[in-house]
Design a protein around this ligand. Structure first.
Ligand SMILES: [Zn+2]
Length: 373
């Protein structure tokens, strides 16, 4: 079997450990930057902490806004289960390339990098492309937000493709994520005299029970569904024979387009009253493009013959760097479309289908040609 340039680049990226934390994405960024520079792209490396780099690569740029692609280079940790393959091997077996980050999302980054290289002549002569390759996505899009804060760096895009794992099915948005830390404080006392203290664990427990009745009071989104609230962690108390003066709860709230996170925070805060102090851990808004948008319709038309059916409007179950990038780049229509298997993301023995990587290169190529007409 011959290995395409995109699969070879996927393997090379898998062989660099970019587990976040700490990330060390610079190892992968160097490989990608070299590949792009050799092919006439202008690459800007934007340092983001020790051994961490975001990349912006451009080519072309005449007459109209560029088509933007984005992907992240960091991966999640390996998990507690042992792997039956080398997570940093990039080994190929049948139609699979194995490794941490293969699906989420080194396969996706490699696919758009190689598609842009293959179509560079078209890109040079037209509106061109901007590639935004980020560090620190898995811990809340920190790398993407870092780029957004650099004055004049990103510029506007005409459309944005996020190459996160979708098995090449185009998705038109995702919920937002608002993770909150809620802290209850009390007064410590000896465990034999609880009446002298004020128990923070009991306060937090009441608050958690109350939250199970929380109502967002918002309409369900037609495609993405309703907002949700999960109580993810509960910690409190140091030892059995003390009254705990501190308890901490974390909440994972997923919001729908149109919900302002500032007001969601206020709602949760006033619902809990004085019992808990609330502060954000992750705050990334929802992303949504109307499936009737002309470019989204083109994406669906272009993907239909490749997928064997006309795609239906659907959303992703995860959040992406588009939460940061779409608002920062002039709110272009945004699609999440990449070769990875969503079910493989963050899993033991993660793999990406080689046929999907090659199909993504083909799809991105058609989208580039269509954009450049
Ligand atoms: Zn991802």
């Amino acid at each position: 079997m011959t290995i395409s340039p995109a699969v070879a680049l996927t393997q090379a990226l898998i062989r660099q450990n970019t587990i976040n934390p700490p990330g060390n994405e610079a190892r992968c960024a160097v490989l990608v930057a070299k590949r792009l520079e050799e092919n006439g792209f202008t690459v800007t490396a934007v340092p983001f902490g020790k051994e961490r780099t975001n990349l912006i690569a451009r080519i072309g740029g005449r007459d109209a806004l560029p088509l933007a692609f984005t992907g992240h280079l960091d991966t999640v940790p390996l998990g507690s289960q042992p792997w039956s393959v080398d997570p940093f091997g990039g080994d190929v077996e049948g139609d699979r390339v194995y490794g941490r980050g293969s699906s989420d999302m080194k396969g996706g980054v490699a696919a758009f990098v190689e598609a842009c290289i293959a179509h560079r002549t078209t890109l040079e002569r037209g509106p061109g492309t901007v590639l935004i390759i980020t560090a620190g996505e898995e811990t809340g899009s920190e790398g993407a937000y870092h780029l957004c804060q650099q004055e004049g760096l990103l510029g506007a895009a005409g459309a944005l493709i996020v190459a996160e794992p979708t098995s090449n099915t185009p998705l038109v948005g995702h919920k937002g994520a608002l993770w909150l830390k809620a802290v209850a404080r009390g007064v410590t006392a000896h465990g034999s005299m609880p009446e002298k203290g004020e128990n923070a664990v009991v306060k937090a427990a009441h608050a958690v029970m109350k939250l199970t009745d929380f109502d967002f009071n918002v309409q369900r989104h037609g495609v993405l569904g309703g907002p949700t609230l999960n109580i993810g962690t509960f910690h409190g108390g140091l030892n059995t024979n003390s009254v705990p003066d501190y308890a901490e709860v974390s909440l994972d709230i997923r919001t729908v387009p149109g919900q302002a996170h500032v007001s969601v925070r206020e709602m949760v805060g006033s619902f809990l009253g004085d019992a808990m102090e609330i502060s954000p851990i992750i705050d990334v808004p929802a992303v949504w493009t109307d499936p009737g948008d002309p470019w989204i319709r083109r994406v669906f038309e272009i993907m239909a013959p490749l997928l064997g059916a006309m795609p239906a409007p659907q959303g992703a179950t995860y959040f992406t760097d588009a939460s940061a990038l779409t608002p920062a780049m002039g709110r272009p229509p945004t699609v999440i479309l990449g070769p990875g298997e969503a079910a493989m993301a963050h899993q033991t023995d993660e793999y990406c289908l080689i046929s999907r990587i090659d199909q993504a290169v083909e799809a991105y190529g058609r989208l580039i040609e269509d954009w450049s007409k």
